[in-house]
Design a protein around this ligand. Structure first.
Ligand code: PFF
Length: 443
């Protein structure tokens, strides 16, 4: 019965707001907070931002629209959507499915770290001024604790798809995203009042022609695709819950603007504080789990600010994590005609199995490397540099050359449609091939 019910009626987002919050929740994640601001500062500042915006508009928006279009037209998850175009194309859907397992394997490990830091700041288990590099290194190297934190994070992500699209995913994003935005504003404005905050703003925004190279352009493109959650069927899945008359161009525009503003605000939240305490800016785990705790140690009410920051980071990772899980859940639920709850349990279990070696890449398995990469790095590299661009190229070719999107599903403006299809067929695929070669170190 449950299966029949879940197959019979496909859920719809209950409002345009719910759809925007869900896609924004997916887009805004670790990519915005621990990568974008630093990459921007390192690669030409305001010039990078300008490039990023141009590439988003002229390149990334095309596969982004394609994914939404495919979902809206097929009203299926990623495997069945490809299958509906041509049975033989199901392999492309499976590739997206594989990506939706690869990414959580490392993303959720980091999600687990944020949970750990929330506990530290909430309960004060380590005094704020004693949280250091050693705190992080010791924690990440343990066999059990980071795994438990990762499992807690996975569990928290899985609850929402388990409960369903409206009662779970939609409700979570409707509450978490506005809260996230308020917290981000608060922390960004607070950061601006610190001494010397101008140096942080200079690091981020000062246009620097010397640091701006061809590599910068491809870095900006890769960042834009990852942060907009393009390339693994996430937007196909979320788009498949859209009503027939929804305006995907308007939603995509809001998504792109919102995501960019949030990434820039994240930088305004972080770098004035980092520079104000004379610390070195960095990216990734080093920035978030090592540099920023030093800032909180030096701030009045450091425990409060630390807690707030890690809750904010957790929210960002959680809403992206929900969307990552929903891709594979929606795909197997339809493919094998099982209930949503069973699909959630199966996918969470599979991801959990792969999370063991990625978590242990910082401890018991740190010495085991292939091509000089740990298991964590292999998953990250394969997903970000091979699978995401590859899936995006396939998507553009299949939608542009084979499906040929119907104009009425997209727009009633013929000129816009012509530019879109031209970019889709002739410009975006070669640019993405270049990105992939770059990611593989071949250009
Ligand atoms: N956009 C997320 C981030 O910037 O952290 C990551 C992500 C989520 C990538 C969902 C891909 C995806 F399908």
């Amino acid at each position: 019965m449950a299966v029949e019910r879940s197959m019979a009626k496909r859920p719809n987002w209950s409002s345009g707001f719910a759809f925007i919050m869900a896609t924004l929740g997916s887009a805004v994640g670790l990519g915005n907070i621990w990568r974008f601001p630093y990459v921007m500062g390192q690669n030409g500042g305001a010039l990078f931002l300008l490039m990023y915006i141009l590439l988003t508009i002229f390149i990334c928006s095309v596969p982004l629209l394609c994914e939404l279009l495919l979902g809206k037209q097929m009203r299926r998850g990623v495997i069945r959507s490809y299958e509906k175009i041509n049975k033989k194309f199901s392999i492309f859907g499976w590739l997206c499915f594989a990506t939706s397992i690869f990414i959580p394997c490392f993303y959720f490990v980091v999600g687990g770290w944020t949970v750990n830091y929330i506990f530290i700041y909430l309960f004060g288990t380590i005094p704020v001024n004693e949280i250091s590099q050693a705190t992080f290194d010791t924690f990440a190297a343990q066999p059990v604790a980071p795994l438990i934190m990762g499992i807690i994070f996975l569990f928290l992500c899985a609850i929402f798809p388990f409960r369903g699209v409206n009662k779970g995913i939609e409700q979570a994003n409707n509450i978490i995203m506005p809260l996230f935005i308020i917290m981000l504003f608060f922390l960004a404005v607070t950061g601006l009042f610190l001494d010397n905050s101008i140096e942080g703003l200079k690091f981020m925004f000062q246009p620097n022609v010397e640091n701006f190279t061809f590599k910068t352009v491809l870095t900006a493109l890769g960042q834009a695709l990852f942060t907009l959650s393009v390339g693994m069927g996430c937007l196909v899945t979320y788009g498949s819950y859209l009503k027939k008359d929804s305006d995907i161009i308007k939603s995509s525009t809001l998504l792109i603007i919102g995501n960019t503003i949030i990434a820039v605000l994240a930088g305004i939240m972080i770098f004035p504080a980092v520079f104000s305490f004379n610390l070195e800016p960095s990216a990734g785990a080093g920035l978030v789990f090592i540099t920023l705790p030093k800032v909180f140690a030096a701030l009045p009410f450091g425990q409060f600010f630390g807690l707030m920051f890690f809750v904010l980071l957790f929210f960002a990772a959680l809403t992206s994590g929900i969307s990552l899980l929903e891709v594979s859940i929606a795909a197997i639920l339809e493919k094998f005609k099982i209930s949503r709850k069973i699909a959630t349990v199966i996918m969470s279990s599979i991801i959990l199995i792969f999370m063991v070696p990625t978590t242990w890449s910082f401890g018991p398995l740190a010495g085991y490397k292939l091509f000089n990469m740990t298991f964590f790095e292999i998953m990250d590299f394969t997903a970000s540099n091979i699978l995401l661009p590859l899936n995006t190229i396939i998507l553009c070719v299949v939608v542009g050359w084979i499906l040929k999107p119907k104009m009425e599903l997209l727009t009633n403006n013929k000129k816009f449609y012509d530019v879109f299809t031209f970019l889709l067929k002739f410009i975006v695929p070669p640019v993405l091939i270049l990105l992939m070669l770059f990611g593989l170190g071949l250009v």
